[in-house]
Design a protein around this ligand. Structure first.
Ligand code: ATP
Length: 207
């Protein structure tokens, strides 16, 4: 019998993608022996509604730059092409139909694990995947109380913490700081070239 395909999904807003995301992706790929780790940038992230995001085309282009050359990784624009809010459960169930033989791992950080019960149709989602959770500060992942009584498959990923977030990168970009240590040279150059995350230009004073 042939071995089941081991497929990991790493969803996110990636506004912008940074080296913490890359460390998580590499750790998941290597520790879970994944055949493929798919990055899935959200088109319309319902959880970030209310905040103005960089255009999806830019977020997708930056993820492609960050992932370029990484073995067994690929970028999937399915959520950007799909109309309406980006629900992970829709992506996972579509993948399930496409690859019924695959073992699906949904890769998340502890912050997302802690709020998984707020996700759209989360019980259905938990039936379809094994969660792969990176704990915080080298501590093992902590299930939130809401998930304690709910059967779900979870594996821990060991990750040396990388102290960076997209929020911190956007703030640094707005100050005109050098971003290379947080996002790598290619993404930093993209942000600069496309004038992303700059404070909006003040309107000229009326005479
Ligand atoms: P923001 O600061 O805008 O909230 P973010 O940096 O948390 O963004 P997301 O795109 O929301 O980035 O995160 C995608 C996934 O990456 C989530 O599962 C999140 O837990 C994980 N993640 C984000 N930053 C890190 C990091 N520094 N180390 C490990 N995982 C991370």
């Amino acid at each position: 019998m042939s071995k089941a395909l081991r497929l990991g999904l790493l969803g996110g807003t990636f506004d912008p993608p940074h080296l913490g995301h890359l460390a998580l992706a590499r750790a998941a790929r290597d520790q879970l022996a994944l055949d493929e780790l798919r990055w899935v940038p959200a088109g319309a992230p319902w959880q970030k509604a209310g905040r103005v995001l960089a255009p999806a085309a830019d977020r997708l282009a930056m993820v492609r730059l960050l992932v370029d050359g990484e073995a067994r990784m690929r970028v999937d624009d399915v959520e950007i092409r799909r109309a309406g809010p980006s629900y992970t459960v829709d992506t996972v169930l579509a993948l399930r139909r496409e690859r019924p033989d695959a073992d699906l791992f949904l890769v998340v950080g502890q912050d997302q694990y802690a709020r998984l019960h707020t996700w759209h149709r989360w019980r259905e989602l938990l039936e379809a995947v094994t969660l792969a959770v990176a704990g915080r500060e080298c501590a093992p992942p902590q299930a939130p109380a809401e998930l304690a009584g709910v059967a779900h498959r979870m594996v821990a990923i060991d990750l040396t913490p990388v102290a960076v977030s997209s929020t911190a990168v956007r703030d640094a970009a707005a100050r005109g700081a050098d971003l290379r240590a947080h996002v790598g040279a290619a993404v930093a150059a993209y942000i600069e070239r496309h004038h992303l995350y700059r404070p909006s230009t003040p309107l000229p004073a009326r005479s």
